[in-house]
Design a protein around this ligand. Structure first.
Ligand SMILES: NC(=O)C1=CN([C@@H]2O[C@H](COP(=O)(O)OP(=O)(O)OC[C@H]3O[C@@H](n4cnc5c(N)ncnc54)[C@H](OP(=O)(O)O)[C@@H]3O)[C@@H](O)[C@H]2O)C=CC1
Ligand SMILES: O=C(OP(=O)(O)O)[C@H](O)COP(=O)(O)O
Length: 337
């Protein structure tokens, strides 16, 4: 069994914890939090051992009547690998602690690419993470782009990708985020971080990305144009993308017109937290104009990186190859509609 610790039990960390607990080759050693809030209560009610991320705060948990298994260093020491899902920048501060205990660590997309040995997307570069000590699972949007570009690059070759990312302003629980009545170029300069981030996975891929932020919390939406080397029909592209386990082609007959109905669809399917782990590509948006492919896809920012974190655990430990790991992860989590 692979012993996994999760440091940072927020939006991403709690989802990765559930996904790890669902794998039959992994054991969740525990999760680390800084304070005894509702998420601490939930972790305890799920039977996840709770560790204090800041050891001086141990008494706060005791005062709140929450049992704590130890401090974060105990968690790191007891784990074969740690998933760091702390807020952006805290992962970098934690790196020396992971090194001290010789525990490989996975970081999230909010950390800089130069913090790590390898930036990771399971479909695109699984094997590169094998044996690495520090791996970054790229951001939700970059994960969505990498999953899409990998089969296109392999099958047809990519001359150039141009993507406009319409980004949700904040997650549903982030009550302090905005905008609340505006549409922002964000960043106003080009490129957004997503293009350079895609290049951490595909170094030679020619890609420009532009970002915007809008007053929405449910999902991001991408307007994608990929100029291809070989020229398939739109139907051939549909078949290629439809065969990928983490790409969901939203059928026209479902009459799903946006993120609201996608989330409703996920809830109808009994998805935990209404999570959508797959890229949602509108089937009827897939179009070819000469050598240009166009499509729209929606990305659930809170959950698409979760299966990628599970695969990265196996990758760093050399516990499985790409296909075996992705299949195990998907089967255990129920990825695929
Ligand atoms: N949310 C998203 O859409 C996505 C986020 N990411 C990336 O994932 C990472 C985490 O983001 P997200 O889950 O949204 O962030 P959250 O703020 O939701 O969760 C992080 C949690 O870490 C805890 N924390 C804070 N400081 C520490 C610390 N020193 N040690 C341990 N835990 C700490 C906080 O909980 P508490 O203080 O209560 O313990 C907080 O809730 C970032 O790099 C982000 O860029 C990637 C893809 C999508
Ligand atoms: O990784 C994400 O988005 P990103 O790919 O646009 O950076 C997450 O949705 C977090 O984005 P945020 O930095 O707006 O919180």
């Amino acid at each position: 069994m692979i012993r996994v610790g999760i440091n940072g039990y927020g939006t991403i960390g709690k989802r990765v914890a559930d996904a790890v607990a669902a794998q039959d080759d992994m054991e969740l050693v525990g999760v680390a939090k800084t304070r005894p809030n509702f998420e601490a209560e939930t972790a305890v009610s799920k039977g996840y051992p709770l560790y204090a991320a800041i050891e001086e705060r141990l008494p706060l948990f005791e005062d709140a009547g929450i049992d704590v298994a130890g401090g974060v260093e105990d968690l790191v020491e007891a784990s074969d690998v740690v998933v760091d899902a702390c807020p952006s920048g805290i992962g970098a501060e934690n790196k020396s602690m992971y090194d001290e205990y010789d525990t490989p660590a996975l970081y999230q997309g909010g950390e800089d690419a130069d913090l790590v040995d390898v930036s990771f997307n399971a479909r695109s570069n699984f094997a590169e993470a094998e044996g690495a000590d520090h791996v970054r699972v790229v951001s939700c949007n970059t994960t969505g782009l990498s999953r899409l570009l990998a089969p296109l690059q392999e099958e047809y070759g990519v001359k150039k990708a141009r993507v406009t990312l319409v980004r949700r302003g904040g997650d549903p629980g982030q009550t302090g985020r905005g905008p609340i009545n505006d549409i922002l170029p964000n960043p106003v300069t080009l490129p957004s971080h997503h293009g350079p981030d895609v290049n951490t996975i595909f170094p030679d891929l020619n890609i420009d990305t532009l970002g915007m932020k809008v007053p929405a919390t449910l999902m991001h939406t991408h307007s994608v144009n990929v100029q291809l080397e070989a020229v398939p029909t739109a139907e051939e592209v549909r078949e290629l993308l439809g065969a990928e386990s983490r790409l969901f082609l939203v059928p026209e007959k479902y009459a799903i017109d946006g993120a609201g109905k996608l989330k409703e669809f996920a809830m109808d399917h009994g998805r935990p937290r209404a999570d959508i782990w797959e890229n949602c590509i509108w089937d009827q948006s897939i179009s070819m104009e000469d050598d240009d492919l166009y499509l729209f896809q929606a990305i659930h920012q809170e959950s698409d990186v979760v299966p990628e974190n599970v695969d990265a655990i196996r990758a760093v430990l050399g516990a499985a190859d790409r296909e075996e790991s992705m299949t195990r992860t998907d089967d255990a989590m129920g990825v695929g509609f």
